[in-house]
Design a protein around this ligand. Structure first.
Ligand code: PMP
Length: 422
């Protein structure tokens, strides 16, 4: 069956699609933190379909909300009134701090960041955008320019985008010194622009980049610089939102800032194609004279599902759960470092964890080949993790948020065994 699916995919789907594993995995079913292949073999899913399945695969309450809405009305668009989009917007706005109260629904993270960039430019009248190296903000024709990783092997189509050094405490040239990284932002503005910018966008923990947490205090300094240069600050919460970091509901809260615009997707839909932009009334007002339309944005089925996701995460206390399970996972992984030289760094927050593998701890040489072998071994042991970082040498553990301490132990024991038998 897997061979047939693979052959069909190769024949009918574009050649740019890549897949994990030498022998691709054919998934037929998902249940909470587990995935099942065609033979019925169960895998512990520690990557959640790229940090997307928040409540759990086919969570019964989310599924029920989707089905009940689907039976009544699947689609209407915003040219008519419908309660689902209004209820969902109200619930989402209630999760936001400060004046962030105006919601726009879209269908993906890329779309959310496109819209945020458009708003920043319209609101400020400036063009320049600043994003961080090692960031991922999308693959659409505008966001591909914000993304500063070699994931996309295309020429960058947009001008007026500046990629500044990311404040990476492990690999960064200035270590954890937020002040020096922030100065880089000021330098880019001074030397590379007219002195004014439209906006700055960053993930609080760089996801695709390999679970890189920004140096403490960085966003506070940079937000101040950006505001002085006439720009707005955008937090990309596509991976870090909804309590995944454990300590806070939103990633930006870990840096003690409130952005002007927040973008989100992935976990907000537990697998439904759903994204959102939330901003202030003042910034939203700039869009008032423009037509902003999105055929599927906030459609009844996605809105009903998204609302159920918010309710389930609250009801099941997933934020504090991520904190407890994530701390346990980090602690156990850090203790593995005593036994395995290959583990150069263990980092992250809550259930957003990165394990960076190196052949030399001092020189931090990426253990690319070893990572690839261990990745296959983990699959054989029944554990599906993600891979990331510029050199593909970081394991990403970002499971559905129902992941338990026992699941965390299973991942750590599998990794321990895999490295021991490398
Ligand atoms: N922002 C971040 C932080 C992401 O990780 C991603 C997807 N990996 C995106 C934006 C783009 O989301 P999408 O693939 O839904 O367009």
């Amino acid at each position: 069956l897997a061979d047939e699916v693979f052959a069909k995919r190769k024949k009918f789907l574009g050649p740019s699609l890549f897949h994990y594993y030498q022998k691709p995995l054919n998934i037929v079913e998902g249940k909470m933190q587990y995935l099942f292949d065609e033979s019925g073999r169960r895998y512990l899913d520690a990557f959640a379909g790229i940090v997307t399945v928040s409540c759990g695969h086919c969570h019964p309450e989310v599924l029920n909300a989707i089905m009940e809405q689907g039976k009544l009305l699947q689609h209407a668009t915003t040219i008519y009134l419908h309660h689902a989009i209004a209820d969902f917007a109200e619930a989402l706005a209630s999760k936001m701090p400060g004046n962030l109260k105006v919601v726009y629904f879209v269908n993906s993270g890329s779309e959310a960041n496109e819209l945020a960039m458009l708003m920043a430019r319209l609101y400020t009248g400036n063009l320049g955008m600043i994003s961080l190296r090692n960031s991922y903000h999308g693959g659409s024709s505008s966001t591909i320019g914000l993304t500063a990783l070699n994931t996309w092997k295309y020429p960058i189509p947009e001008g007026e985008i500046h990629h500044v050094i990311n404040p990476d405490p492990y690999r960064g040239v200035f270590g954890s010194d937020a002040t020096r990284y922030a100065k880089e932002v000021q330098d880019h503005i001074d030397y590379g622009t007219s002195g004014n910018v439209a906006g700055f966008i960053a993930e609080t923990i760089q996801g695709v980049g390999g679970a890189v947490e920004l140096a403490p205090g960085y966003l506070k300094l940079v937000y101040d610089i950006i505001h002085k240069a006439g720009g707005v600050c955008i937090a990309d919460e596509v991976q870090t939102g909804f309590g995944r970091t454990g300590s806070h509901y939103w990633g930006f809260e870990t840096q003690g800032v409130i952005p002007d615009i927040v973008t989100m997707a992935k976990g907000i839909g537990n697998g439904l194609p759903l994204g959102a932009v939330v901003t202030t009334t003042e910034i939203a007002s700039v869009m008032a004279q423009k037509i902003q339309f999105n055929t599927f944005g906030g459609n009844p089925v996605c809105s009903a599902g998204g609302l159920a996701v918010l309710q389930v995460l609250d009801k099941e206390k997933r934020q504090s759960h991520c904190d407890v399970v994530g701390s346990h996972l980090l602690e156990r992984l850090k203790s593995l470092m005593h036994r395995h030289e290959i583990i150069g760094d263990v980092r992250g927050r809550g259930l957003m964890v990165g394990i960076e593998l190196v052949t030399d701890r001092k020189e931090k040489i990426p253990a690319k080949a070893e990572t690839a072998v261990l990745f296959e071994k983990l699959r054989e042991l029944g554990v599906l993790v993600g891979k990331g970082g510029l050199h593909g040498n970081v394991f990403r553990i970002k499971p559905p948020m129902c992941f338990t301490k026992d699941d965390a132990d299973f991942v750590v024991d599998a990794l321990d065994y895999a490295i021991s038998t490398l």
